[in-house]
Design a protein around this ligand. Sequence first.
Ligand SMILES: [Zn+2]
Length: 441
Amino acid sequence: MAKGLVIARIRGVPLKLHWTFLLVVGLIAAAVIFVSGSLVMGLYAVGLILLLFFFVLVHELAHVAVARRFGIPTKEITLLPIGGISHMERIPEAPDQEAKISIAGPLVNVGFALLLAPFVFHFHGGWSAFVSLHLLDLTEPSLFLDLFWLNVIMGAFNLLPAFPLDGGRVLRALLALKMSYVKATKVAADTGKTFAILFGLIGLFVNFWLLIIAVFVYLGAAGEERAATAQAVFRKAQVRDVMHRDFVMVRPDEPIEAIVERSFQTRQMDFPVVRSGRLLGFLDRGQLTSAAGQGGLMVEDVMRRDIPQVTPEDDLSVAFRRLQGGSVKALIVVSDDREEVESIGASAEMLTDSGREGRDIPKDEEGRRLVGILAVEDMERAYLYITQRESIGAETRVGSPMQMFGGRKRRVPKAGAARVARGHSRDEREVWVPVMEEPER
Ligand SMILES: [Zn+2]
């Protein structure tokens, strides 16, 4: 996700330093030297920033460690100038787990502050140091005092109920005890956005830093809300409900031109590649279109061998996560369930002769049979139907998950599907739908 330099791996989790970090260190050192007129103070400021990032790192590692205890791996940790981000594989929906993961970070800062407190007391003038708010004084280095306040501020700031800050996540977890997860996310996100606007206003007049944080919080809140709505919507249906059962397969030794032609005839854009009853690869629309321009290529020259898969019993949220990365626009559906495979037997007859070996349905390496294809267009239709049927996401104005695929706005009938069917309502509302007709290059 975030661009950055991998500076370490902690138990296999890459630790990335965002490039703006180096820029900020340089700028702050220059500013401090300019204002204080002292090189020593400039070096002191840089040292302080490095220590600050150490605290941010330990804060993030606390989240990661607790998440790991709940079986949630972390993809990467990114250190930004405004703090850290731990990218978890998923966000736990058990409210107590999310609360524990979230609170762990600020607790680290509280712990550091408590550890530093005796030193502050000893070196910086007793009790009065704690009320002096003598922070980052540019006339003289006061190490323990500065470190103490950095931790107090970091802990307190993260505990604000401004989703997606830690405090906001705790708020969502508490709300989720009383209401649905989507509703709880919506309330927490609205609170987060309110805080963001507040930060922005204060930041405009007082502190530029706060303005950057405001944007970060606002976008984060909107993004989390979309993701939570998408997950809730897509959990309402299974892959088998929307996958294509009649699809065309291609052979590895076919020329790309032939497949392009077949794509127009069948309106299919992503093809499983099979030979002798074996699933060998996957030719998706991106590879097809870029290969079509080059001429003379065969399917096997461009097909992907890591086949993106789901099973019919997976719910659509699983498929959504796989498609979200954006590198593929369709998934192959495989199954070892006998009934599922037999249900495909009938429609397998409808396949074109390309790649079909009698009624033998191709297997993948693990012996599971190819039973369907699920493309982003199917997800789009499913999303529209489910939001209508369940009226989930109706109150979500920030757009839908589809922006993540690169979607567009579309007018759809408002309110419940039943009313629309009876023709009582012509009202429409705008929703984001997942449109991914443009192949990614
Ligand atoms: Zn945190």
